[in-house]
Design a protein around this ligand. Structure first.
Ligand code: G3P
Length: 218
C-alpha cells in the first residue's frame, strides 16, 4: 500500500520524505488555508520534494471551470493529480482531464456507487472519506471493503482506492488488510504509526546496558 501525506505543510513533507514514507501528497482547500501561503507556491515546493502524485483541488463548480483550473494546476509539474468533487460536473471534468493524460483524484466520496461512477469516468484515484463517515456512526471502513469488492469485479476499472479522512493507525491497518491501494495520512497519524511503547522501553534498556560496558562505537 502506498502512503500519501495529507498536508500542505512543507516542513512536515520534507521530514517524512527523508524517512522514505512519502509516495505522494494530498492537499485540499482547508489544508491550504491553514498555511496562509499561496497555493501555487505550495504546489511548486511540494513537487520539488515529491516525485509521486500530488493532489491539487479545483474550486470551480462547473465542468468548464474545473477543466480550466485543472489544466492550469497540471502545468505546475507532471506529477500533479487534479482533485475534483464527486458531482456530475466533477465527473465530466474527470473524463476530460483523464482523456488529456492528466491524473485525476475524485474526492468527497461517501458511497460505493459514487466510487463506481468515478471508476467509469476514468478517475486515477477515488477518495472515500472514512473518518467523516465514522463521525456519523457509519463505519467508514465498510465502504472501503465495498469499493474494493466492486473494483475487483471489473478489469476495466483501473481507479486506485485512496483512503482519505484517515484519523487513526487502525484505519491504516484495516486499509492495508482490505487491499486499498493508497492511504493518505495526516503527519501526526503517520508518526503514531511508527510509535510503540515497547520500542521506547527496549531502546532505553539497550542504552543503559551499553553504558555499563564503557565502550564507544567509532
Ligand atoms: O484530504 C481529504 C481528507 O483526508 C480530509 O480529512 O480529517 O478533514 O476529514 P478530514
Amino acid at each position: 500500500m502506498k502512503f500519501f501525506v495529507d498536508t500542505a505543510d512543507i516542513d512536515e513533507i520534507k521530514e517524512l520524505a527523508e524517512a522514505g514514507l512519502v509516495d505522494g501528497v494530498t492537499t485540499n482547500p482547508s489544508l491550504v488555508a491553514k498555511t496562509g501561503r499561496k497555493f501555487g507556491d505550495i504546489l511548486k515546493d511540494i513537487c520539488d520534494i515529491v516525485d509521486g502524485p500530488v493532489s491539487a483541488e479545483v474550486t470551480a463548480l462547473d465542468a468548464p471551470g474545473m477543466i480550466a483550473q485543472g489544466e492550469k494546476l497540471a502545468k505546475t509539474a507532471d506529477n500533479i493529480a487534479v482533485k475534483v468533487p464527486l458531482t456530475i460536473e466533477g465527473l465530466k471534468a474527470c473524463r476530460h482531464l483523464t482523456d488529456k493524460g492528466i491524473m485525476v483524484n475524485v474526492t468527497l466520496c461517501f458511497s460505493a456507487v459514487q466510487a463506481l461512477m468515478a471508476g467509469k469516468a476514468g478517475a486515477t484515484f477515488i477518495s472515500p472519506f472514512v473518518g467523516r463517515l465514522d463521525d456519523l456512526a457509519i463505519d467508514g471502513m465498510d465502504l472501503i471493503a465495498e469499493i474494493r469488492a466492486i473494483y475487483d469485479n471489473y478489469d476495466s476499472i483501473t481507479t486506485e482506492i485512496l483512503v482519505a479522512s484517515v484519523r487513526s493507525p487502525n484505519h491504516v491497518a484495516q486499509a492495508a488488510i482490505m487491499g486499498a491501494d493508497v492511504c493518505t495520512i495526516p503527519p501526526s497519524t503517520l508518526r503514531q504509526l511508527i510509535k510503540h511503547p515497547l520500542t521506547d522501553i527496549g531502546l532505553a534498556a539497550f542504552l543503559a546496558d551499553w553504558e555499563k560496558t564503557g565502550q564507544e562505537i567509532g
